[in-house]
Design a protein around this ligand. Structure first.
Ligand SMILES: [Zn+2]
Length: 103
């Protein structure tokens, strides 16, 4: 399971999950929408907010949830400030979006 939330000023403004059973409503065939994109679509209140990502394996362990390049591009465009992602074993990494080149 892959989960994403966006927090702004201590408040959750959007949540998303990457559920393999669910497909994008507009997709003509089964296709996953990444949790990062789903959570961006859930709110307009993204400027300066922080996204938290966590991946949990079927065995219930945290695993690496660093966003893919496509998602990172969309996250950068959205105006978010930073992304915190699980790295497994209870450790978390951080991406400061000011350090990500826009394209
Ligand atoms: Zn992605």
């Amino acid at each position: 399971m892959f989960g994403a939330i966006v927090v702004k000023s201590g408040r959750i403004v959007s949540t998303g999950t990457n559920n393999p059973q669910k497909t994008h409503p507009r997709a003509g065939y089964p296709r996953r929408i990444h949790a990062e994109i789903q959570v961006l679509l859930g709110t307009d209140d993204l400027k300066g907010a922080t996204m938290y990502l966590v991946r949990v394996t079927n065995g219930g362990k945290e695993a690496l949830s660093k966003p893919c390049q496509n998602c990172l591009r969309e996250i950068k465009k959205s105006g978010l400030k930073s992304v915190i992602f699980s790295m497994g074993k209870g450790e978390y990494g951080k991406i400061d979006l000011r350090d990500v080149a826009p394209n």
